[in-house]
Design a protein around this ligand. Structure first.
Ligand code: AMP
Length: 146
């Protein structure tokens, strides 16, 4: 965190100041097989990651739970489906995203119900994620600065 950001009021911060930028975010693409998505999820240790389209616009997100639900058979996991199904067939389409210029309080409201939200620019391109952890760190800093 830069000195300037450390000294700033919460009300001066934008989502852009707090997000993890896209190049550091694990993600998958719509045409990836589920096997690839599961490898990314297990390898990264995250419960869910963003899904991007070919032009790197945000398309949704995918979680371990959704993948395991898809391959759950009557009495076994149908693991062959991992290579048959693609991410776009199971993607969670309910898009939870926030604009990079949104205020701190708008970011806080979004992470009350979600561990992270995807951040987009004015044209819908994916630019990063805002995590509950990033918001809580700022709230803690502000509390001890009072
Ligand atoms: P955290 O607040 O750091 O525990 O992150 C909450 C959630 O945000 C994680 O469980 C992931 O789903 C997502 N997340 C955090 N950091 C990353 C990252 N670098 N790449 C992809 N997803 C992430």
């Amino acid at each position: 965190m830069s000195m300037t950001q450390k000294d700033r009021q919460l009300s001066d911060l934008t989502v852009n100041d707090l997000m993890i930028s896209s190049e550091k975010v694990a993600h998958v693409q719509l045409n990836n097989p589920l096997e690839h998505a599961l490898l990314v999820l297990v390898g990264s240790g995250y419960f869910a990651v963003p899904v991007l389209d070919e032009s790197l616009k945000l398309a949704g997100s995918i979680s371990k739970t959704v993948i395991l639900d898809q391959i759950l058979g009557i009495d076994r996991f149908e693991v062959e489906k991992l290579s048959e199904l693609k991410v776009h067939e199971v993607i969670e389409k309910k898009l939870i995203s926030i604009d990079q210029d949104a205020s701190f309080i708008d970011g806080l409201k979004m992470v009350v119900d979600n561990p992270f939200v995807c951040v987009v620019d004015g044209e819908g391109y994916f630019v990063g994620i805002l995590t509950r952890r990033a918001i809580l760190k700022e709230v803690k800093r502000d509390y001890y600065q009072q």
